[in-house]
Design a protein around this ligand. Sequence first.
Ligand code: Z5A
Length: 230
Amino acid sequence: MAAPGARDDSGRGRFITFEGGEGSGKSTQIKMLSERLDGAGLRTMMTREPGGSAGAEIIRHLLLSGMGRLLGAEAETLLFAAARDDHVHAVIKPALDQGIWVLCDRFFDSTRAYQGGPGKVDPAVLNAMQRVTIGDLEPDLTLILDVPVDVGMQRAKARRGAGVADRFEAEDVKFHEGLREAYRQIAAAEPQRCLLIDANAPAGMVAAKVWRAVRDRFAEVDVSRVANLA
Ligand code: Z5A
């Protein structure tokens, strides 16, 4: 994990994860950050969980269909862990080793928030799975996008249109309130790694906060190369 403002000359890429509830705007912000980092001359890769590798994308399909839920909370959590194991070993670690900055839409904090929060899976089980799947790989920075539940659900509903809600979108307001609280607790417990960002604002304003956080954290980001974006 990077200390604020620290420079890493090892040649390894940085690992930045985005977290938040439904409709918090993670995918939108990852794209905007990726463009800025590319403009600063850094090589970036966008990826997501569950999924991001061939094996994990198959498991994603199962999970979002609701199949995992039928197996029970622990077994569903194991499916997320299996997907993460493949993603970490096949995609994330090799990219970081090549000096690529990996921007990941959800990572282990999603398991902590969804399965450990309203899902009520025992933290000891989550810790054990985390040890097996990611070992000592920790994000250098985790940006948690915070929006009121009704705002997030409204955004997701508008995007979905006439489509059917997936496994997690279909959960009730109480579930999503519990999730928001779980993310707030994660941010409070790990202030060195995590930053809670108020994402209830136009995308451009949120992107400016994200960019500031990334610049403040990583001395390798050369803002002088990014026209109009410093
Ligand atoms: N899950 C889990 O339980 N355990 C785990 O370990 C992991 C995941 C890894 C994956 O869903 C589900 O798996 C997820 C948690 C669970 N469940 N949920 N819900 P997914 O990958 O299909 O979707 P998601 O990760 O939840 O993404 P999302 O919430 O649906 O979207 P988002 O990436 O946060 O937001 P977006 O796509 O950027 O924006 C959503 C819409 O809002 C879109 O139309 C945008 O144009 C609009 N938007 C974005 N930003 C703004 C602002 N600032 N203002 C207004 N409108 C905006």
